[in-house]
Write a protein of this length. Sequence first.
Length: 248
Amino acid sequence: MPPDQPGYKSQYDHLWKHLAASGQAHARAVGGDFEIAGRLEFALLRSCGLTPESSVIDVGCGSGRLAAQLAPGLRGGYLGTDILPSLLEHARQLCGRPDWRFVETNGESIPAADESADFVCFFSVFTHLSHEQTWRYLLESKRVLRPGGKIVCSFLEFKIRSHWTVFEQTFANQDPRKVLSQFLSRDAFEAFAFNAALDLEAFHDGDKPHIPFAGEVVWESGLRMSGLGHLGQSVCVLRKPLIARPVP
Ligand SMILES: C[S@@+](CC[C@H](N)C(=O)[O-])C[C@H]1O[C@@H](n2cnc3c(N)ncnc32)[C@H](O)[C@@H]1O
């Protein structure tokens, strides 16, 4: 079922209820290794220029993996959006930041003013959307970003051998309510950037360490990372030019 049909939200609801019934915590509903992934997402944003004064929009924020890491030090403002209110509520409680907004959304709108954010991030979100939805979200991101602001997103691609496992798992899953696993090519991002008049700043392979962070982490799988990490998914960074270009 294409994800922009009404059943999409219920697929997520179904996944969530399944995880809850199997005794897994909210954090697990968006993948294991909650804290490590959050730390690396935060470190990635810092490597892209995030400061305590930055304003961040976290689309598909889930149960607050990134938000929990940002909460102690971010002064520039935070908006988390998601389609599932239960996850938003968990994220809100986890962060203890009454000044932050956690907003349930429907469709690809971002409830923020024009040119109000320094970062819009999509961690493991385009992996569940149609290409049309991703394109709509990128146009919305451009609207809400200040000139020089960045879009940071993680994605799955056939170029990375380890991503094939995700494809195989989705292929093997016969459940009609399964959540879509979408793959994106770098060509697609190049076309998105060109047609939205955004700068394509960087691609990072999902299986190669590229995120500088302090210390060492050990994932549940036993994978150890020290000083330089990666998220598993590939990363694309887009930038809104300081001087606007006309769209082609
Ligand atoms: C794999 S989780 C990632 C959560 C979070 N970004 C993180 O890194 O922990 C994907 C999230 O995207 C949300 N989502 C799915 N479709 C969405 C949409 N169209 N707009 C906003 N969020 C969406 C899901 O509810 C879920 O919380």
